[in-house]
Design a protein around this ligand. Structure first.
Ligand code: NDP
Ligand code: GDR
Length: 370
């Protein structure tokens, strides 16, 4: 039985990847951080009682900022594959926590590679590094592929640039099977609530159900190449099953503005929006509302722009060229953007119908949104 170790198992991708690997018969080990509250909601469906025999899903406390614990866990598990998904993954927050981001997203990658080398596992253990389209940052005007030079535009992207190159360097210097997946944005019902797609689908569902008035967004002109996380974890797995270690861009090859994503999300509840104004004065107003289950008043302003969500340096356009992955890995995404938006909206409507029931029976629900 193959053993996989996943850092960042409690995150969006960690949860989907763990499910995929368990389905393929792997023993899956994950590193979770100590937190004052339970932080395993995304993986609770896979939980196995550690007191039982033949447990295939095991969690270890750890942190990418601590080499000693990374070395100990890798020594204990002796994994065939390591998926390094753990990261401070929020681009805007990285401007507020730049040093921590460098420690975890940059040096954290080195800690994993070096642990494998020091433990003499270079022949046995294959390593996947979660690299990102944010590496391209300021590269504009054409689709971005494995040969496009990088131009990072945030402390997050600069930290990930180190992670990318140290992975390439360990592959070349020590003949390790270590690869970068350069993944473009991928989303799902498990996406963190402060990333723009999930913020939008949660808000559209809540506004439709009468639980929220409006949503404040930052730069709605930027364009992203969005795929579904379920498709993207398949690519991670495939990258580690090749004969030779190589780096791959994973993307859909289609780019869409944040504004159009907002339109698509609201369309799922029968609401059409018209945008007017410019820059920080732009608003989205309901121009028609046809679904009686989600009665939103025509003429109501439901989207406002708030410069507090702007970034000191923005990435205006991301558009990936996934030709290499499609030909060499035979990877094909099953979801297009419309199917992704539908999946996210269906899940958020279901989630917030429960809040609606609580409100109707006189209870208060958490009204916090970033
Ligand atoms: P999430 O933010 O959903 O998950 C991040 C995971 O990393 C969580 O499990 C988090 O733990 C863990 N983590 C954070 N800090 C540390 C630390 N110091 N030590 C150990 N673990 C830590 O990210 P995604 O699942 O969306 O992304 C997975 C990886 O892929 C990340 O590295 C991200 O940067 C990268 N990536 C993501 C893309 C995307 O569009 N989703 C695109 C390209 C790259 P906790 O739950 O406790 O916070
Ligand atoms: P990104 O994702 O920065 O691309 O990083 P995010 O969803 O945060 O932003 C996408 C774009 O939307 C604009 N935006 C807003 N973003 C957020 N979060 N909140 C808002 O209110 C808002 N309004 C507009 C942003 O300015 C940006 O242009 C994600 C992360 O998963 C990274 O870890 C990963 O590496 C990259 O995708 C690929």
């Amino acid at each position: 039985m193959k053993k996989a170790l996943i850092t960042g198992i409690t995150g969006q991708d960690g949860a989907y990847l763990a499910e995929l690997l368990l389905g393929k018969g792997y023993e899956v080990h994950g590193i979770k951080r100590r937190s004052s509250l339970f932080n395993t909601q995304r993986i609770d469906n896979m939980y196995e009682d550690p007191h039982e025999k033949d447990v295939h899903f095991k969690l270890h406390y750890g942190d990418l900022s601590d080499s000693t614990n990374i070395i100990r866990i890798i020594q204990e598990v002796q994994p065939d594959e390591i998926y390094n998904l753990g990261a401070m993954s929020h681009v805007r927050v990285s401007f507020e926590e730049p040093e921590y981001t460098a420690q975890v997203d940059g040096i954290g990658t080195l800690r994993i590679l070096e642990a494998v080398r020091l433990l003499g596992l270079t022949e046995k253990t294959r390593i996947y590094q979660a690299s990102t389209s944010e590496l391209y940052g300021g590269v504009q005007g054409h689709a971005q592929s494995e040969t496009t030079p990088f131009y990072p535009r945030s402390p997050y992207a600069v930290a990930k640039l180190y992670g990318y190159w140290i992975t390439v360097n360990y592959r070349e210097a020590y003949n390790m099977y270590a690869c970068n997946g350069i993944l473009f944005n991928h989303e799902s019902p498990l996406r963190g609530e402060t990333f723009v797609t999930r913020k939008i689908t949660r808000a559209a569902a809540r506004i439709g159900l009468g639980l929220q008035d409006k949503v404040y967004l930052g730069n709605i002109d930027s364009l992203r190449d969005w795929g579904h996380a379920k498709d993207y974890v398949e690519a991670m797995y495939l990258i580690l099953q090749q004969e030779k270690p190589e780096d791959f861009v994973i993307a859909t090859g289609v780019t869409t503005s944040i504004r159009d994503f907002v339109r698509m999300a609201f369309a799922e509840i029968g609401v059409e929006l018209e945008f007017s104004g410019e820059g920080s004065s732009e608003v989205g107003i309901v121009s028609s509302s046809t679904n009686p289950d989600f009665p939103v008043e025509v003429g109501k302003t439901v989207v406002c722009v708030d410069p507090r969500y702007y970034r000191p340096t923005e990435v205006d356009l991301l558009l990936g060229d996934p030709t290499k992955a499609m030909t060499q890995l035979n990877w094909q995404p099953k979801y297009d953007l419309a199917a992704l938006v539908k999946d996210m909206m269906t899940a958020d409507i279901d989630l917030f119908r429960r809040d609606q029931l609580l409100v109707k029976s006189g209870h208060q629900v958490l009204n916090y949104y970033e």
